[in-house]
Design a protein around this ligand. Structure first.
Ligand code: N01
Length: 496
């Protein structure tokens, strides 16, 4: 599909967020003037890009899927990456969203023209104007690679877990893995048996609990197909359990020692070496960093052909990695499992608001938004998975669907009221964020004694949602026009 000259609603990104919003809009208005631009060659977002061995969802799939597109085909309670990618491609076809996607089309720059109340969007496939832009680019889409001295001199192979090099055979190689987060715990057990030696560099140990995963039987799948209400009930029960967990992490941190006990027993069962157990025991409250789910990560680290280095990193030589105590670990390949840049999303550097500054300049390293969705100074711009919408316990798809409902409602309000420009009032955004930051103070994410990617360069937690997810949904179920400054023609009228 080619890029038109103008579109009413331009969505950037065809992952869970962008596809979900487009599907929601098309459900009620099949002729809606909505288009998605996608930098990749296909829909699927993070589930298209992350193809590392063992890649799977660490939230039960009954909840980590669209509420409007249940599937009875999942192989396990925690679905694997290939089937989630297949699912998204199928949803794109079934909902008609695929016909609205321009692939291989990367957003390069977008600026707001206040006089015309219009976004001009420059992409790798030409320029398009839009009344409304939605940034659905994902918080965990741009790989972060640490700036390690000497990395450019390394003679072997390097890649990031999110851009796995499938052409490179790790069999019989000495491999270094940097990082011990949610991605590493999934692929390290998969590659360890093939490598000659695996050296895992850990900066901070994480609490790990068992993944209660199981294969879904044929009769279960049949039941879901014949009685969709049963599957709905399962989804509701998983949701309720996750909400209860969220309640503990946010409001009842006194109960967390019970979870810590589970993690300690898991560690004791899987690792025989007491010194290794010591290295793997965190010194912060469980839940402060994302709890990791794995049945084989800890056991893998106990293998004789796997070494855990917790001394920190000093740099890279031509044929190895040097740790902070000066030992050189000779390796053929370095795999970075070092996560992403959620508090510095590249889209923020590309989008320029009414004052001529980019979102990144406006944020100054500390993102904030109203309801994680709109930002003062950036009319007719909506963010999905924006600041303070991330979860440590439940499905981001639930949050994204809440945002979809809010944005779709905003578009309807604009249409019916003849509004050409809509912008959150600065005071409403400020009040909202004061409350979010205050609510975060009592949560494990803020007081659990860890450092995490939830904190931005200003030391502010601009990533986590601080409480139950139903509260987010109830705040976003209706577009609250009264908190916005809206313009119908060229005269700005404050309705705040
Ligand atoms: O990244 P991470 P990830 N030197 O940020 C270490 C989601 N996800 O790709 O803990 C040395 O969790 C860093 O150390 P430390 C999920 O939300 C979802 O694993 O910061 N080490 C850490 O160990 C997850 O949280 C699914 O001290 C460095 C690791 O690298 C998010 O993606 C599946 C370093 C990074 O861990 C990211 O996961 C997988 C440095 N300079 C992932 N910089 C689902 O199933 C970083 N590290 C939905």
């Amino acid at each position: 599909m080619n890029l038109p000259q103008h579109v009413h609603t331009l969505i950037v990104g065809a992952g869970f967020a962008g596809m979900g919003l487009a599907a929601r809009i098309l459900q009620t208005q099949p002729d809606a003037d909505v288009l998605i631009i996608e930098r990749g060659a296909d829909v699927g977002g993070t589930w298209r890009d992350n193809t590392y061995p063992g890649c799977a969802c660490d939230v039960p799939t009954s909840l980590y899927s669209f509420s409007f597109a249940p599937s009875a085909d999942w192989s396990h309670t925690f679905a694997r990456q290939p089937e989630i990618y297949r699912y998204l491609k199928k949803v794109a076809v079934d909902t008609g969203v695929l016909n609205r996607v321009v692939t291989d089309c990367e957003l390069q720059e977008a600026h707001w023209d206040d006089t015309q109340a219009l976004w001009t969007v420059r992409t790798s496939r030409g320029t398009v104007t839009a009344d409304v832009v939605v940034a659905a680019t994902g918080a965990l889409s741009t790989p972060s690679v640490p700036d390690m001295p000497g990395l450019e001199t390394f003679g072997g192979t390097t890649f990031h877990s999110a851009t796995w090099n499938h052409d490179h055979d790790l069999t019989g190689e000495r491999v270094a893995v940097i990082g011990t987060g949610a991605s590493a715990v999934q692929f390290v057990p998969e590659i360890a048996p093939a490598t000659e030696h695996l050296t895992v560099f850990q900066r901070t140990p994480a609490w790990v609990i068992p993944r209660l995963d199981r294969e879904l039987s044929g009769s279960e799948k049949d039941l879901y197909r014949r009685l969709p209400l049963v599957q709905k009930a399962v989804r509701a029960s998983v949701y309720s359990f996750r909400e209860a967990l969220g309640g503990v992490l946010a409001h009842a941190t006194g109960l967390l020692p019970a979870f810590e006990l589970v993690a300690r027993v898991h560690l004791r069962r899987q690792v025989r070496d007491p010194e290794l157990r010591r290295k793997l025991t965190p010194n912060f409250t469980i839940g402060c960093k994302r709890m990791l789910l794995s049945n084989d990560w800890l056991r893998t680290l106990d293998r004789p052909d796997v070494t855990l280095v917790d001394a920190g990193l000093a740099g890279v030589t031509q044929d190895g990695v040097v740790d902070a105590v000066g030992n050189e670990h000779k390796v053929d390949t370095i795999i970075f499992a070092t996560g992403f840049t959620p508090t510095e999303p590249p889209v923020a550097r590309a989008v320029r608001g009414s004052h001529g500054r980019t979102l990144a300049e406006h944020w100054g390293g500390s993102p904030s938004a109203y309801k994680g969705t709109t930002v003062a100074g950036f009319p007719n711009l909506f963010l999905m998975y924006g600041p303070n919408t991330n979860l440590g316990h439940s499905s981001i798809v639930y949050m994204l669907e809440s945002q979809s409902a809010y944005i779709a409602d905003a578009l309807e309000v604009m249409h019916h009221s003849g509004i050409t420009a809509l912008e959150i009032a600065e005071e409403a955004q400020r009040r909202y964020n004061t409350r979010i930051q205050s609510d975060l103070q009592t949560t494990v994410w803020n007081k659990g004694g860890c450092s995490s990617w939830y904190y931005d360069s200003e030391g502010r937690n601009s990533v986590q949602w601080p409480t139950f997810t139903w509260k987010f949904r109830s705040q976003l179920q209706r577009f609250d026009q009264e908190n916005y400054v809206s313009r119908r023609t060229s005269v700005k009228e404050s309705v705040a």
